[in-house]
Ligand binder design. Structure first.
Ligand SMILES: Cc1cc2nc3c(=O)[nH]c(=O)nc-3n(C[C@H](O)[C@H](O)[C@H](O)COP(=O)(O)OP(=O)(O)OC[C@H]3O[C@@H](n4cnc5c(N)ncnc54)[C@H](O)[C@@H]3O)c2cc1C
Length: 372
C-alpha cells in the first residue's frame, strides 16, 4: 500500500524530497506557502558540495543538468584586508567540481521540473496521532490527513512545534544584504575587485562579502556583531539612511571596498538566527523535519546542501520501505541528527571566527578549510 505523504515547504529540502520520491514513482503532496514560484526574489547563489548537495542531485537524477547550469569558476575566493590589500586569491583548477555555484532560482526550477506543487497553501498547524493519521491545518479552516508529514518549512517552521519546543535565537550577528546588477558593464572596477567568484574583507567584528551570481548580478553582505535592536533609530525602509549607517559602521575601510555599499541598489535586513546546536526531539510517529526546520545554522555554505541531502535520503528510505514507514523515518532521523550536529558545531565556531574581534581568526579559518 502506498503511504499518504505530504511535504510542507518547497525550498531545497522539500523539493529534493519530492523530486526523489517522484523519481521512484511514489506520490507526494507538496504544500508551499508562496503563491507562485516567483512570488519573491529567490536569494543569492549556492555552492553545492560534491558530497552533499551534488550527491542529492545525483539521487534525483539531475546531476547532468546541474553541471550544465552551474558555475565552477564561481569557486574562486579572494580575501582582502580592510585597506584593500589582497591577502589570499584562490582559483579553482579547470576540472575542479568540488563546490560549483548555482543561482537559487535555477536550482528551484531544476528541482521543480514535473512536480505538481500546491502553491499558496501555507500550513498553520500539524497534529500527529489522530485516528486517521497526521492532521494538517490550513488558514481557511480546511484540513487534510496523511500517514507522514515532512516539515521542510524553514527557520520559522509551523511543523516543528509538533515535535519540539525549540525556537531559533539570534546569533549576535546581523547581515544587511545589497546587490549590484550588470557589474561587468556598469561597475567594472568592482567586477575586477570581486573576481570570478566571491570576495571577502574581514575587520574587527565586521565582514563584507561579495558573491557573483549569474548574469553579472552580485550580492553583497555587510555582516557585523550588534544587538538585535541596533537599528532602533534607523528607518530600515530608507535606502539612503541604511547606506549611511553602514558606511559609518565600516568607516576607515578602503574606498574601493566601500564602493560595494555606496553603489548597492537596496538593503535587506537579515539578523542571523540559529537553532540550538545538535537539536533533536523524541521521535513522533508520522512527523519529521528536514533542513532549516530541523537545524537552522549560520549561513556558512552548508544549510541548503544538508537540506537537499536529507530530502534525498528520506525519500529513498520511504520509497524502498518494506512496510514499516515509521522505522524508516526513525533511522533517517538518527542519521540526520548526527551529521547536522557536526555541521552545526563547525558553522557556529566558524561564525565566531569570521565575524570576530580578531580578523586574523577569519584568515586562519579560511586557511584551514580552503584547499591550497
Ligand atoms: C545569506 C545566506 C546565504 C546562504 N548561502 C548558502 C550557501 O552558499 N550554501 C548553502 O548550502 N546554504 C546557504 N544558506 C543556507 C540555505 O539558504 C538554507 O539552509 C536552505 O535554504 C534551507 O533549505 P530549506 O528547504 O530547509 O528551507 P527554506 O529554503 O527556508 O525553504 C522553506 C520553504 O518553506 C516555505 N514555507 C515556510 N513556511 C511554510 C508554511 N507554514 N507552509 C507551507 N510552506 C511554508 C517557504 O516559503 C519556503 O519555500 C544561506 C543562507 C543565507 C541566509
Amino acid at each position: 500500500m502506498r503511504h499518504r505523504i505530504a511535504v510542507i515547504g518547497g525550498g531545497p529540502a522539500g523539493l529534493t524530497f519530492a523530486r526523489v520520491l517522484h523519481r521512484h514513482a511514489h506520490p507526494v503532496t507538496v504544500l508551499e506557502r508562496d503563491p507562485a514560484p516567483d512570488a519573491r526574489p529567490p536569494g543569492g547563489t549556492l555552492d553545492l558540495h560534491e558530497k552533499l548537495g551534488q550527491l542529492a542531485l545525483g539521487k534525483a537524477g539531475l546531476l547532468a543538468e546541474f553541471e550544465a547550469l552551474s558555475r565552477p569558476e564561481g569557486q574562486a575566493m579572494r580575501i582582502l584586508d580592510t585597506d584593500g590589500t589582497v591577502l589570499r586569491d584562490w582559483q579553482p583548477r579547470p576540472d575542479d567540481r568540488a563546490n560549483p555555484e548555482i543561482d537559487r532560482g535555477q536550482l528551484r526550477d531544476l528541482l521543480l521540473g514535473p512536480l505538481d506543487v500546491q502553491w499558496g497553501r501555507g500550513v498553520t498547524e500539524v497534529v500527529p496521532g489522530t485516528r486517521d493519521g497526521v492532521l494538517v491545518r490550513f488558514p481557511d479552516g480546511r484540513q487534510e490527513t496523511f500517514d507522514l508529514v515532512v516539515g521542510a518549512d524553514g527557520a520559522w517552521s509551523r511543523v516543528r512545534p509538533a515535535l519540539s519546543s525549540a525556537t531559533p535565537h539570534y546569533a549576535g550577528v546581523t547581515s544587511v544584504e545589497t546587490s549590484l546588477d550588470d557589474v561587468d558593464t556598469r561597475h567594472p572596477d568592482l567586477a575586477r575587485l570581486i573576481g570570478d567568484g566571491s570576495m571577502a574583507v574581514y575587520g574587527v567584528n565586521r565582514a563584507l562579502v561579495a558573491q557573483r551570481n549569474s548574469g553579472g548580478h552580485v550580492k553583497v553582505y555587510a555582516q557585523f556583531r550588534a544587538p538585535l535592536d541596533w537599528h532602533t533609530n534607523l528607518d530600515l525602509a530608507d535606502v539612503e539612511a541604511v547606506r549611511s549607517s553602514l558606511l559609518a559602521l565600516f568607516d576607515g575601510w578602503a574606498a574601493p571596498v566601500l564602493g560595494l555599499l555606496r553603489r548597492g541598489i537596496a538593503f535587506v535586513h537579515r539578523p542571523l538566527y540559529v537553532l540550538p546546536v545538535s537539536h533533536t526531539w523524541a521521535h513522533v510517529p508520522g512527523v519529521t523535519l528536514l533542513g532549516d526546520a530541523a537545524h537552522l545554522m549560520p549561513p556558512l555554505g552548508v544549510g541548503a546542501n544538508l537540506a537537499m541531502l536529507e530530502g534525498a535520503e528520506l525519500a529513498e528510505s520511504v520509497a524502498s520501505d518494506s512496510g514499516d514507514l515509521d522505522e524508516a523515518v526513525r533511522a533517517f532521523e538518527e542519521q540526520m541528527w548526527a551529521r547536522a550536529g557536526r555541521w552545526a558545531k563547525i558553522t557556529a565556531a566558524g561564525l565566531e571566527r569570521l565575524v570576530s574581534p580578531d580578523p586574523a581568526e577569519a584568515l586562519a579559518f579560511f586557511d584551514e578549510v580552503q584547499p591550497s
